[in-house]
Structure formats: C-alpha cells, structure tokens
Design a protein around this ligand. Sequence first.
Ligand code: NAD
Length: 291
Amino acid sequence: MPTTLTLPGKTALVTGGAGGIGAAVATALAARGTNIVLADLGGTGLDRTASSLPAGQVLAIPADVTDAAAMHDVVSAAVERFGRLDIVFANAGIAADPPSTARTMPPSVFERVVEVDLLGVWRTVQPALEHVIASRGHILITASAYAFVNGMVNSPYAASKAAVEQLGRALRAELAPHGASAGVLYPGWVATPIADSAFGGDPLITAFKDHAYKGPLRKAITPERVAAAVVPGIERRAPRIIVPRRWLPLSMLRGIVNPLVDRALERDHTLHRLVHQLEAQRTTQSRTRVL
Ligand code: NAD
C-alpha cells in the first residue's frame, strides 16, 4: 500500500457529520482540499454543517446508517458527484440516555444502540469497500476508549465499540493485499451531545463517573482537538488514533490492567451502592431512551 494518503482532490464520506466529531473532521478535511460527503439523520445540524463548508466541495445526504439500502445510495451518490470515494469515516454513534445497568435497560434501547454503533458501521463500510480498494484509500472507524475500559452502565455502547475495534483491525489486514488500509479512532471524553447523554446531568451517573474515572481521564476535549489528530492520522494511514494521548497507557496495558480493574469493580462497595441506587431509580422511572 502507498505509505501516505494525500488529501487534496480526494473524497471522504463522513457519517455522523452533522455535528460533534464528524463535523469537526469534515471541516478539517475540507480545509485540506478533500471533497466531503456528509451523511447524518436529516435536520438543521446537517444543513448547518454542510453550508459551513465550501459549496463545490460538499454533498450532504440525510441517511440513517442502520438502513443498508440508504447507505448503498449514499455511496453511489458520492461516486456519482465526485467520481471516486477514497476515505470512509464511519463515525455516527449513539448511547443509551440515561445510562442503565443491562438489568434495567429496556431491551429495545440496548438493541438500538448496537444497531447504530455496530451494524451502522458495518452498513457504512460494506457498500464502500470496492471503491476504497479501487482508490487505494482508507477506512477509519470511530470506536472509543470504551473499546477497552469496563463498560458498566453503558454496556451496549461498550460492547459495540469493542466490536467495531475488531472490525477495523480485521479490515486493516484484509485491505492490505489490495493496497488500501483501515484504522480505528479511540476518543476519550469529548464535549459533544453523546457525552452529555452518557455521563450528563444525572447526579447518580455523575457520581459513577467521578468514582470510576480519576482526574485527567474524565476531562473532556473539544471535537476540534480530535479532528487535529484524525487528519494527520488518515494521511499516514495510522492503525490507531488515540486522543487525548493520556488514554494511550491504558490502551497499551489493557491485558494487564483490565483484569485488575474488573476485580476491583467487583469488590467496590461504593459502586455496589451506586448500582443499587441506579437500578431503584431506573425501575421507578422506566425512562431510558436513545440519543
Ligand atoms: P454527537 O452526538 O455530536 O455526534 C453523533 C452524530 O451521529 C450525530 O450528528 C447524530 O445525529 C449522528 N447519528 C446518530 N444516529 C445516527 C444514525 N442512525 N444515522 C446517521 N447518523 C446518526 O457525538 P460525537 O461525540 O461527535 O460522536 C461521534 C462518534 O464518536 C460516535 O461514534 C461516538 O460514539 C464516538 N465517541 C464519542 C466520545 C465522546 O466523548 N463524545 C467518546 C468516544 C467516542
């Protein structure tokens, strides 16, 4: 495979491109001369982001990533409009809002999160594969630090992020013989609506976060900071982009750290109390939805 990917004149499909990380990456790629195909659920966010990009360089398409036929159409429209598809940033995602234990989460909510965060990624990547191979391009999948930390009270999200990490790794190996590449993005906390829902205003969930994630690990960064790592990462076809870098040691040492953390969580009486309180609250409220 060519060692680097030059961005000017290339075409990138960005899902979840209406706001947050997707919009920041689309903006940064467009500034480097890349044509952008923005796909997101329809709405003002999609229009706003599209109109902030250079008119001749952007195509905005309302589409649900869980709809396989719609994602085939998005890929066809991208190739028709710009003549090629080089980069796929499979980034759209949701979390259960509010977070709950698997025991108290409505099954429909659990399954919708997996549908968007795992199958939505697959349904974004699958129709684009031949085009990315033809252009010797790059696929970047947004996972999360949740791919390797314990996912308690966000289990469908964490399960999906671990799954798409595996998809990205397998794709990298499978695309190499064709001269194309794939990588995985692991953001830590980023100040966007999904982070608000995963660890937002609920005082009990805030208590979970404060107890489980110490100091700098729970400090949110901006989507622009993620974009500043993603763009050079795509250019050099990085297998992994971890941002902020303070999550790197945990990622590297996960085989040693995770069994120790899981054991500590299992024995942590503060967390036991928080789980009981959360389950009591969810059972009376029965109001978990997806954001
Ligand atoms: P966000 O909520 O701003 O962006 C998510 C985007 O995905 C939204 O524009 C939303 O409309 C879109 N989307 C949701 N469901 C969709 C669907 N079915 N079809 C098409 N689009 C859909 O949050 P974000 O932080 O920018 O999230 C982007 C990605 O980054 C997600 O995959 C998220 O899991 C991941 N991530 C975020 C954080 C964080 O702390 N914010 C951390 C790690 C990973």
